[in-house]
Write a protein that binds this ligand. Structure first.
Ligand SMILES: *Cc1c(COP(=O)(O)O)cnc(C)c1O
Length: 398
């Protein structure tokens, strides 16, 4: 018989009842170090008092009024994001897929309103992940995810990642823009080269098309900057954000410059929940922490600690790990053996990790992770790697 909860996930047999910082306790009292953050989402870790208090306080006052009315919490959150990014304006929604849908619609409508309705096609990249709604899924372009769901939404042209010639070849009279993750998360923690991002910006300017970035995973401080594209020194036209933006409370956002944002006039796009007082109270509480002086610099510093530790693992266990990559507190180890085996060994050590494409072990601790947590997590990874060495007995005896 089918379970009451639709079985569309492969869930680990672990149930958590409370957490503190980077640590979680299961209902049966076991303790785990969370280096997955609920897929790079619990940016402030678990049980964060500032975030929990902000949500509770707002919940007691007013949770939801709809976008038929002004929402001061949303206005404040938007103003703060605008003040701290390339954006001139912010549209709120509830998830990463929805943020990408909003971005896609905004990019197409911009071309339409600029008198080029034939320019609706978007260039996307192999290994991308943009979400599971039909539009985002077509942008994702992964045959495995598309199968069985009817004809994919039209208007997406996928090219190889980090390949400028392929991008320039794909730009045609029907192209509205380019959508890329500056750091592919699901695809295997694969960074776009800094020069590639600069070249994409230049190509968009040359052809008068728009650059849209999916920073659902790489954004909100994960890379050590508020948005990962800042490392390339470029200004995109539109950015999709979600995951860490609410610290675990469902919230998404489309940040855009004026050229793009002004096209979503009343009646063209909308959502019932998007940017409601409760979600925006959470978003503001997260920003209080992330934008505090020195916080992002400390994420970069901790990212370097993690980098050094993981690089040492890759060096010391070449039979387990074949590549190490990432940025800030989002890093990956491409495995030489099935990643599931490595993840299981980590879990057995008490460390929660995530897998990603290209047989990659993905590490994304909460942004508030401590140096001691990082040291402990790296020690767990090392013991896990030891268990995974093909002739483990021999390696342990050395
Ligand atoms: C997770 C993710 C999404 C989808 O977000 P949902 O909230 O699951 O809809 C889209 N893009 C990227 C880069 C992601 O990591």
């Amino acid at each position: 018989m089918i379970p009451a909860l639709t079985p569309n996930y492969n869930r680990a047999n672990l149930a958590f009842e409370r957490g503190e910082g980077a640590w979680l306790w299961t209902t049966d009292g076991r303790r785990f170090l969370d280096f997955g953050s609920g897929i790079a989402t619990a940016s402030l870790g678990h049980g964060n008092k500032h975030l929990a208090d902000a949500i509770a306080e707002q919940a007691h006052k007013v949770m939801h009024v709809s976008n038929l009315y002004r929402i001061p919490q949303a206005e404040r959150l938007a103003e703060r994001l605008v003040a701290n990014s390339f954006a001139d304006s912010v549209l709120f929604c509830n998830s990463g897929a929805e943020a990408n849908e909003g971005m896609i619609k905004m990019m197409r409508k911009t071309m339409f309103n600029e008198g080029k309705p034939e320019r609706y096609r978007l260039i996307t990249f192999e290994g991308a992940f943009h979400g599971r709604t039909l539009g985002a899924l077509a942008a994702t372009g992964n045959a495995k995810y598309l199968e069985g769901f009817g004809p994919p939404a039209e208007g997406f042209d996928q090219v190889p990642f980090n390949n400028l010639n392929a991008v320039r070849d794909a730009i045609g009279p029907g192209t509205a823009g380019i959508i890329i993750e500056p750091l592919q998360g699901e695809g295997g923690v694969r960074p776009a080269q800094i020069q590639f991002l600069k070249d994409l910006r230049a190509a968009c300017d040359e052809f008068g098309i728009l650059l849209g970035l999916d920073e659902v995973q790489s954004g909100m401080g994960r890379s050590g900057k508020l948005f990962a594209h800042e490392w390339a020194g470029i200004k995109p036209d539109v950015v999709a954000a979600a995951k860490g933006i609410g610290g675990g409370f469902p919230l998404g956002a489309v940040l855009a410059n004026e050229r793009a944002a002004k096209n979503l006039t009343p009646g063209t796009h909308g959502t019932t929940y998007g940017g409601n007082p409760l979600a925006c109270a959470a978003g503001n509480a997260v920003l209080d922490v992330i934008l505090a002086p020195g916080f992002l610099a400390d994420v970069t510093r901790k990212g370097q600690l993690l980098w050094d530790g993981m690089a040492a693992l890759a060096h010391d266990f070449p039979s387990v790990f074949e590549d190490h990559r990432g940025s800030g507190l989002l890093q990956g180890l491409k495995c030489a053996i099935p990643v599931g085996t490595v993840q299981e060994a980590c879990t057995a050590e008490g460390l929660m990790t995530i897998t990603a494409g290209e047989n990659t072990l993905r590490i994304a601790p909460p942004l508030v992770v401590t140096d001691a947590d990082l040291a402990e997590g790296l020690a767990m990874m090392r013991r896990a790697a030891q268990r995974c060495v093909p002739d483990a007995g021999k390696a342990a005896a050395q």
